[in-house]
Design a protein around this ligand. Structure first.
Ligand SMILES: Nc1nc2c([nH]c(=O)n2[C@H]2C[C@H](O)[C@@H](COP(=O)(O)OP(=O)(O)OP(=O)(O)O)O2)c(=O)[nH]1
Length: 131
């Protein structure tokens, strides 16, 4: 099966986490799902390089990467996704969306109110468990 490796940012401001909604996609299981911003690692990039590049492209954002959080391996019908997530911090809640169709700042206990991509469930679960 095809393998895709991505990085994703859990962006925090005080007690809130930034959640973004993907645009429509031919793959129904990721179409209009909520996710943590990020994207595919390109050849020769470190995970941190890829994350900073994607956040700049998608959100005009240059956050501070604070720590590694969790790696998830999830089998989607068309590919196997490996997603590395990192805790990041920003100094303002005003974020521009270049690609996503919606965004929400939520506290951890509100995270399960969104329609997440399936690969994100373990990350959401761990965030909610850690409080
Ligand atoms: N960034 C991100 N991608 C996720 C999450 N959950 C999840 O299933 N994915 C999947 C959706 C996509 O199949 C893949 C990320 O690909 P992408 O299309 O966002 O990456 P990219 O920006 O490099 O895109 P492209 O240049 O190939 O169009 O990972 C998540 O929380 N964050």
């Amino acid at each position: 099966m095809k393998k895709v490796e991505v990085v994703a940012a859990i962006i925090k401001y005080s007690e809130e986490i930034f959640c973004v909604q993907r645009p429509q996609n031919k793959l129904a299981y990721i179409s209009e799902k909520y996710e943590f911003p990020g994207g595919k690692i390109e050849l020769g990039e470190t995970k941190e390089d890829a994350l900073l590049r994607e956040l700049k492209e998608e959100l005009n954002l240059e956050p501070k990467i604070k720590s590694f959080f969790l790696t998830v391996v999830h089998p989607y019908p068309d590919f196997e996704l490996t997603m590395h997530s990192f805790i990041c911090e920003v100094s303002s809640k005003e974020i521009i969306l270049n690609e996503h169709i919606d965004a929400k700042w939520l506290t951890v206990d509100q995270l399960d109110s969104l329609d997440w991509a399936a690969a994100d469930f373990p990350i959401v679960k761990k965030l909610m468990a850690n409080g």
